[in-house]
Design a protein around this ligand. Structure first.
Ligand code: UGA
Length: 450
């Protein structure tokens, strides 16, 4: 006996994770996508997304008969009906890119609505899971033109790379609707997870998603600014963040300085909320400063690299060969969207540097990176050959395990700029390198005793 009959439309990382996880909670889930090839691949067990635990969950769901894949949203409804039931909840997990003036481009939502409008049974709940501007639930309901169908906002808080873990261990579930009954029905889908539930109206629910991501971005820009100040005042940012993080109101998470924050969510969402604030005639200075601090962070990393390599704060890096370790926006993904590593690389290139990069998630053959920007190498040792500096840009754990004595033999000059404070400086220094971190004192970095 299945708990609920659910259609999930869109099999990107949000849709597929949602579908597979809801199936693992005991629901009957049919995932639909317009891309026939993708559905074919999913049916043969190829998930095409780098997500811990997702492939296993998909195959368990399929084997248990709780999860299947079809082409098109209407086919998902038909299939459920053929099984003797009717769809009870339909999740919309299709792309909603930001259009002009901060308004979401709802073309994909519109296409799905068009396809299912007449086929949706009365009483079904349509759930918007994609990150959408405030007001989209109302807009979706208008597009649907069905008084007997309720649209609910239920934002996701999944991090790329740990989406399955985040889905199954949520800090909270947020459901927004004008209908309490519909909100409660959606909340009940997650009952087994035992998370706190925030039931609210749709606009507040949509706002929660933006407010959360913008707060996270602000926290990171703040910590990057504190790291810069630590450098000027000879304080150690790792000790400082540990010291503030014990305050439960601040928390230890999301306090690591780096080359800037990026990815497919924080940059998009901060810009979107700023645009929305502008059009609501609200000058959101704090958010603007959050974004500006992040853009400056790329340049600050370049200044740091320049001064480590040339001893000067300004000037050219012409003919300096820089090995970049890490290109993805964070470790554990193959995602290059809005990656700070690429932002730093572009500025280094502008300053005249020759760039060779290695990233465990980016294959040299299949890389989509412009070859005029940098060359992608097959391993870190090839990238480091004759380099004037090695720069760590993404926090891949495997970089810690590199043979630094071997790298010392390969490089032109033994300099490591560690923009993620990833490495153990004692190991790197023992191999003969100069190590430069972010916001760190050597005393703190080497755990020197008082
Ligand atoms: C982010 C949010 O964390 C999720 O809660 C949200 O659901 C998701 O966006 C989304 O809107 O879909 P994600 O984009 O996967 O998740 O990435 P994060 O893990 O948040 O990292 C964002 C950036 O901050 C990365 O560039 C990362 O390297 C950087 N970061 C993170 C730091 O520089 N320091 C930290 O301490 C943490």
């Amino acid at each position: 006996m299945f708990a609920r009959r659910i259609a999930v439309v869109g099999t990107g990382y949000v849709g597929l994770t949602t579908g597979a996880c809801l199936a693992s909670l005991g629901h009957r889930v049919i995932c639909a996508d317009v891309d026939e090839k993708k559905i074919e691949r999913l049916r043969s067990g190829e998930i095409g997304i780098r997500e811990d635990g997702l492939a296993e969950l998909v195959s368990e769901g399929v084997a248990a008969g709780r999860l299947s894949f079809v082409v098109g949203a209407a086919a998902a409804l038909d299939e459920l009906e053929r099984e003797g039931g009717r769809v009870e909840v339909m999740f919309l997990c299709v792309p909603t890119p930001m259009g002009v003036g901060g308004i979401a481009d709802l073309a994909a939502v519109e296409a799905v609505i068009e396809e299912v409008r007449d086929a949706l049974p009365a009483g079904v709940v349509v759930v918007n899971k994609s990150t959408v501007p405030v007001g989209t639930a109302v807009r979706t309901a208008e597009l649907l033109e069905r008084d007997d169908v309720v649209v609910v906002s239920n934002p996701e808080f999944l991090r790329e790379g740990s989406a399955v873990h985040d889905f199954l261990n949520p800090d909270r579930i947020v459901v927004g609707s004008s209908s309490q009954d519909a909100a409660e029905r959606v909340a009940a889908l997650y009952a087994r997870l035992g998370a706190p539930m925030v039931l609210t109206d749709a606009a507040s629910s949509e706002m929660i998603k933006y407010a959360a991501n913008c707060f996270l971005a602000m926290k990171l820009s703040y910590v990057n600014a504190i790291a810069e100040l630590c450098e000027r005042l000879d304080a150690d940012v790792v000790d400082v963040t540990e010291g503030i993080g014990y305050d439960k109101r601040i928390g230890q998470a999301f306090l690591s300085p780096g080359p800037g924050w990026g990815g497919s969510c924080l940059p998009k969402d901060t810009h979107a909320l700023l645009q929305v604030a502008d059009s609501a005639d609200f000058e959101f200075r704090l958010l603007r400063a959050t974004i500006d601090t992040n853009t400056r962070q790329y340049q600050r990393m370049v200044d740091k690299i320049r001064s480590a390599v040339t001893g000067k704060r300004t000037g050219s890096l012409t003919r300096e060969r820089i090995a970049l370790l890490g290109l993805t926006f964070k470790a554990g993904t193959d995602d290059l969207r809005d990656s700070p590593a690429l932002g730093v690389a572009a500025l280094l290139k502008q300053a005249g540097a020759d760039l060779v990069a290695y990233d465990p998630g980016v294959s040299a053959d299949a890389s989509t990176i412009e070859p005029t920007l940098l060359t992608v190498a097959d391993d870190a040792y090839v990238a480091a050959k004759d380099a004037d500096a090695i720069v760590i840009l993404t926090e891949w754990p495997e970089f810690r395990a590199l043979e630094w004595t071997r790298l010392r033999e390969l490089v032109g000059r033994p300099i490591v700029v560690d923009t993620r404070n990833l490495l153990d400086p004692a190991v790197v220094q023992r191999a003969g390198f100069t190590w430069v971190g972010v916001g760190r004192t050597m005393r703190g970095a080497l755990h020197a005793s008082f």
